[in-house]
Design a protein around this ligand. Structure first.
Ligand code: KE4
Length: 431
């Protein structure tokens, strides 16, 4: 099975003429794995069908939203019905109230919530709200954690022990980047030193992915999240959990429920849109009420709370709450890891796997992976060859060594076993 020719190639050539890089989001361009991107025509359950007609087992899951698989009946039926009402009014609707009530019901740290249209918007606004609420400018983030592409969060680590961040992209002014420090994940000593160096009374918030899913899958060390929470409480710094990927995925209440750590603000997206554009942020009432129009911190959005997006999200969240697929997703994640570790062992390939519920990750390395520096030592070239081999086997993985795989409730034991059997064949060939 190959995406080298046929429809994908033709579409890609057309796209390259009028869309930068031929894609509407960089990672889709397959730059990290080589070859042409796969143009997808349709999807159903655990499978996607490429424009070339080839069908693949899907572990991208639209980068997280498709926890119930593609086109789950409860979502498609709800969307068909709501179309009778219209598509967008630019006015409040009952659906937005129901979505807010549901998020408040299932995420204990959230007293109030605001809907937006992407994870970037959610994280960007959570930072602005934290700065407005505290009157402070500095933010601390972690290397390898991604919070969307707003200026204050597109910041790379300063060199050595430099406290100030450096712009992570052209176009991000140095005067904005310097208010964001980016440091190693999973190290409480570095965090404490950084807070002391900046001065706790200058820091508006510490933001992190409680389970890092944007440098590959990197789990928090035991008690790391609790340590960050305790430090924020002691030093009176707001703690923001970016649960765009983990929210409603690693548990119904997200990572904060799974690890029993309560942030002051949280961001969400992906699963809560059921595949439509939705983001959200929420948390403590005393902070959220500072948001316009109840408070002075400005934020707005034409399509925020869009009826179609709310409908898809509500159908998804209600199914997750009422049917509780999490124990089975946990089992499928474990089955995937056992199969992958067996395949690597059989082929004599160094492989480190990680799972957190239905989030799965792997690195071709022999040493443990706890942070971005460890990630950098994994064999990315080997991953590229592995990715290609799996694509030939009909398995569609995230086209980058630094992404997470997603299992959905539409995946079956049989599909997982088919995946790990394919991996065994590919690794044998590459060994
Ligand atoms: P969006 O603006 O892409 O909706 O969300 C940004 C974002 C924020 N926070 C976390 C934890 C995220 O994972 C993301 C987006 N995730 C990537 C996947 N690694 C989206 C894929 C893409 O960029 O195309």
């Amino acid at each position: 099975m190959s995406a080298e020719n046929g429809q994908s190639r033709t579409l890609y050539e057309r796209a390259l003429k009028i869309i930068p890089g031929g894609v509407n989001s960089p990672v889709r361009a397959f730059k990290a794995v080589g070859g042409d991107p796969l143009f997808i025509r349709s999807a159903e359950g655990a499978f996607v069908t490429a424009a070339d007609g080839d069908e693949y087992v899907d572990y991208v899951g639209s980068w997280g939203p498709m926890i119930l698989g593609h086109r789950p009946a409860m979502v498609t039926e709800a969307l068909t019905a709501v179309l009778e009402r219209g598509t967008s009014f630019g006015a409040p609707t009952d659906l937005e109230v129901e979505m807010a009530e549901l998020i408040v019901e299932v995420v204990p740290s959230v007293d109030m919530v605001r809907m937006v249209n992407s994870g970037t918007e959610a994280a960007m606004t959570a930072i602005r709200l934290a700065r407005g609420f505290t009157g402070r400018d500095y933010v601390v983030k972690f290397n390898g954690c991604y919070h969307g592409h707003s200026d204050s969060l597109l910041v790379a680590a300063g060199s050595g022990v430099a406290t100030f961040g450096i712009a992570g992209s052209p176009g991000v002014p140095d005067d904005i980047a310097r208010f964001t420090a980016s440091i190693e994940f999973n190290d409480l000593d570095i965090l404490g030193q950084t807070v002391d160096r900046i001065g706790a009374d200058k820091i508006a918030a510490i933001i992190l992915e409680p389970v890092a899913g944007n440098m590959g899958l990197v789990l928090p060390r035991p008690d790391y999240l609790k340590g960050v929470r305790d430090l924020c409480t002691r030093k009176d710094i707001l703690l923001i959990f970016d649960e765009v990927m983990t929210g409603f995925r690693v548990a119904l209440g997200g990572a904060q429920e799974r690890f029993d750590v309560t942030p002051d603000l949280s961001t969400f997206s992906k699963v809560i849109g059921g595949g439509l554009p939705v983001g959200a942020f929420g948390g403590r009432r005393d902070i959220m009420k500072e948001l316009a129009p109840s408070g002075p911190v400005y934020q707005a959005g034409t399509l925020s709370g869009n009826p179609l997006a709310m409908t898809a999200g509500l159908a998804t969240l209600r199914h997750l709450r009422d049917e509780n697929p999490y124990p089975r997703l946990e089992e499928l994640g474990q089955r995937w890891a056992a199969g992958m570790n067996g395949a690597a062992q059989q082929a004599g390939i160094d492989l480190v796997t990680a799972t957190c519920g239905s989030m799965v990750g792997m690195f071709f390395t022999s040493s443990p992976v706890h942070n971005y520096t460890d990630v950098q030592s994994s064999d990315v070239d080997f991953f590229q060859r592995y990715f290609r081999g799996m694509l030939e086997e009909g398995i569609y993985l995230a086209p980058s060594a630094f992404e997470t795989g997603f299992i959905s409730s539409a995946h079956t034991e049989k599909i997982i076993d088919r995946t790990t059997a394919a991996a065994a064949r590919v690794l044998q060939r590459l060994a």
